[in-house]
Write a protein that binds this ligand. Structure first.
Ligand SMILES: O=P(O)(O)OC[C@H]1O[C@H](OP(=O)(O)OP(=O)(O)O)[C@H](O)[C@@H]1O
Ligand SMILES: Nc1ncnc2[nH]cnc12
Length: 177
């Protein structure tokens, strides 16, 4: 991906101070999603790390991770698996509680969503403290699938989420702030 494309993506993300609570600088990705060329470049850039690898499933995290995860899955010729906030999935689930930059929550995955040894990529829009991704990675691990790596559109490096995920496999981020 060219430095010009990365800079265009970076400068299109909107900073919103004090959302959803005081002291948080929220990275608003909606202007990127609204621009077809930029959205395509974001997905292309996030997919590059897995080019040439056989990927069976991309796991995306509720809700912004669904957008990136589903588009990445399509680009890689893989299926898409949703990790959802508690109480939203209809079938039998396993769940994990976690903390994130601005609160606490629980995520769930269907017990039969992934088969043992399937090749899996985790995708989300943003890595902050790593609490959310760590919870999703625990669900992937419990399923017996093989994690190829995690990919994020944005990494907030000052929150050290990458360290939390380090033992799970390769961590890729298109833009670092
Ligand atoms: O690294 P962390 O500190 O865990 O933060 C990152 C998570 O926070 C946001 O999700 P949010 O729960 O706000 O969900 P949304 O996509 O529904 O807005 C973001 O989409 C990541 O999933
Ligand atoms: N600062 C932030 N901006 C957008 N999404 C986030 N998720 C966690 N921290 C965030």
């Amino acid at each position: 991906m060219s430095p010009e494309s990365l800079e265009r993506l970076r400068s299109t993300i909107r900073d919103v101070p004090d959302f959803p609570q005081p002291g948080i600088l929220f990275k608003d990705i909606t202007p990127v999603l609204a621009d077809p060329e930029l959205l395509n470049e974001a997905i292309e850039g996030m997919t590059e790390a897995f080019a040439g690898q056989k990927v069976d499933k991309v796991v995306g995290i509720d809700a912004r991770g669904f957008i990136f995860g589903a588009l990445i899955a399509q680009r890689l010729g893989a299926g898409f698996i949703p990790v959802r906030k508690k109480g939203k999935l209809p079938w039998q689930t396993r769940g994990v509680d976690y903390s994130l930059e601005y609160g606490k929550n629980s995520v769930e995955m269907h017990v039969d969503a992934l088969a043992p040894r399937e090749k899996v990529v985790l995708a989300d829009d943003l890595l902050a403290t790593g609490g959310t991704a760590g919870a999703a990675l625990q669900l992937i691990q419990e399923s017996g699938a093989d994690l190829l790596g995690s990919v994020f559109f944005i990494e907030l490096a000052f929150l050290n989420g990458r360290e939390k995920l380090a033992e799970t496999g390769p961590v890729h981020a298109l833009l670092t702030f």
